[in-house]
Design a protein around this ligand. Structure first.
Ligand code: ADP
Length: 455
């Protein structure tokens, strides 16, 4: 059936709300550059620009076995990385789900859970690891939250993000909390590095590709780290002797929380008001996997309430339930190119309990996913443009941006959409930037930083 003029009107209104033009993206880049400079000057700015105390990229010759923990995404991972000294790595890992009850409990309970997972890891891998749980392990702790890093193995949590709220952790040294839990559980492990996932991603890709200059996350959350000249890090109070550059963990999730450059929709406001900390980390809400599906659900629910969608069947109770629509469904919906949108029909029926959808309904649902997914990719590209511009690497080829996360890896067209936005913003200079998948690099990077800390 043809779309009615009314539906065309509904879609064009949504386009007006969600689409970002090239010039809007260019303004966003300019504002981000401005905020990056502010963050390098002073603490507590919109983009925190946290010094990581990591001042050297790996040489590729680092060797030995290291433990790594990766906390801050959907799964919690315990890994052992065996570095062969030639850029090669052997990995063993166990994944654990962290229940919301643990994320929101008391800090000591969260860290005890982590220590128990480490014990379980050694049970899982006892047959293949040459060193067992009693070996004196060095550990890199990938802790993907904003941290005020005091040294390579000391840093206090500034604020929880991504649905974590465990008490008595903000303001505390995350390394000490973990080390204390290991002591309580009689584990002979030394936490020798505290690392953000963006920093870890950059380092792990640089182990095999030395021209890596930034590490980015497009998964549960979104953030970026890059290499900054030490003289530009005005607020850095530590010794600068023998240091020419340092990795900066941007914590860009807090960019534009005051809504200066990025147009927000009423749906974004609704999403934000239902988070544990409204008004904060709103850039991340526009981009990352934890939120995109929920934005789509809020839009669909509103359209149904207005009588513009699911007119035959009405909204289901499921559609009204917070987080009932996963970001992964958007991938499945966007990849459905069948004439009748069969896959879209199935998802709406099975996952959301909405039966008897029309083809027009399904087309609208697919368009909403495309609008929300495209906005995310274009904002992520604006971030890349800002970072590469900041490093002065636009004019010469060879800047590799390592990107980890399911959105970049699995969401159809995400990479193409980022690429087109880069070309729109930067023209030919976009060719000088390589966006490279860096799968599960954060833990490996944490292990590498633990290895470097020993030298
Ligand atoms: P993390 O960032 O937690 O380490 P991921 O990179 O896998 O892990 O990101 C998880 C996020 O990606 C979740 O928010 C999930 O909704 C989303 N996600 C998982 N699979 C897909 C997919 N196929 N397409 C789009 N998003 C996905």
């Amino acid at each position: 059936p043809p779309q009615t003029p009314h539906h065309v009107h509904v879609l064009s209104q949504l386009q007006d709300m969600f689409e970002l033009s090239t010039s809007q993206l260019q303004r966003i880049v300019k504002q981000m550059l401005w905020d990056m400079n502010r963050g390098l000057e002073k603490d507590n700015e919109a983009i925190k620009m946290l010094p990581t105390h990591v001042c050297h990229l790996p040489k590729g010759t680092e060797a030995g076995s290291y433990l790594a923990l990766d906390l801050g995404g959907t799964n919690f991972r315990v890994c052992v990385f065996t570095l062969d000294g030639k850029g090669g790595v052997e990995t063993r890992q166990s994944k654990f789900m962290i229940a919301d009850a643990v994320k929101t409990s008391e800090g000591a309970a969260l860290f005890d859970f982590i220590a128990d997972c480490v014990k379980q890891f050694f049970v899982d891998h006892q047959d293949t690891l040459s060193n067992g749980v009693n070996h004196k392990w060095k550990l890199g702790f990938c802790f993907s939250f904003p941290v005020n890093q005091v040294s390579i193995n000391e840093g206090s949590l500034l604020v929880w993000t991504k649905g974590f709220t465990a008490s008595n952790v903000v303001g505390e040294n995350a390394v000490k909390l973990l080390q204390d839990a290991f002591t309580r559980k009689s584990l002979n492990i030394e936490v020798s590095a505290l690392v953000n996932d963006t920093t870890g991603t950059l380092m792990s890709l640089a182990y095999s590709k030395p021209s890596t200059c930034a590490g980015m996350i497009l998964g549960t959350g979104s953030n970026c780290a890059y290499i900054e000249k030490i003289e530009n890090i005005i607020k850095y109070k530590g010794s600068r002797e023998g240091i020419s550059e340092m990795l900066i963990n941007m914590e860009w999730g807090g960019f534009d929380d005051t809504h200066i450059v990025i147009p927000r929709t009423k749906y974004d406001y609704k999403l934000d008001s239902d988070t544990p900390t409204p008004g904060t980390w709103t850039f991340e809400q526009l981009i990352s996997g934890l939120y995109l599906g929920e934005i789509v659900r809020i839009v669909l629910s509103d359209l149904a309430d207005q009588g513009d969608l699911f007119e035959n069947c009405g909204a289901s109770p499921e559609l009204k339930k917070k987080n009932a629509f996963e970001t992964a469904y958007m991938s499945k919906i966007e990849i459905d190119n069948s004439h009748d949108l069969i896959k879209v029909k199935q998802i709406l029926e099975v996952q959301l309990g909405i039966k008897h959808t029309t083809l027009i309904d399904r087309r609208i649902v697919k368009s909403v996913c495309a609008l929300v997914g495209t906005r995310s990719a274009r904002l992520a590209a604006a971030g890349v443009a800002a970072v590469v511009t900041k490093m002065n690497k636009l004019a010469t080829p060879g800047c590799i941006v390592g990107i980890d996360g399911s959105l970049f890896e699995l969401y159809p067209n995400y990479q193409n959409r980022m690429r087109s936005a880069l070309v729109e913003m930067l023209g030919m200079c976009a060719d000088n930037i390589t966006l490279e998948q860096a799968r599960d690099g954060s833990g490996q990077g944490a292990a590498l930083i633990a290895a470097l800390a020993e030298e």
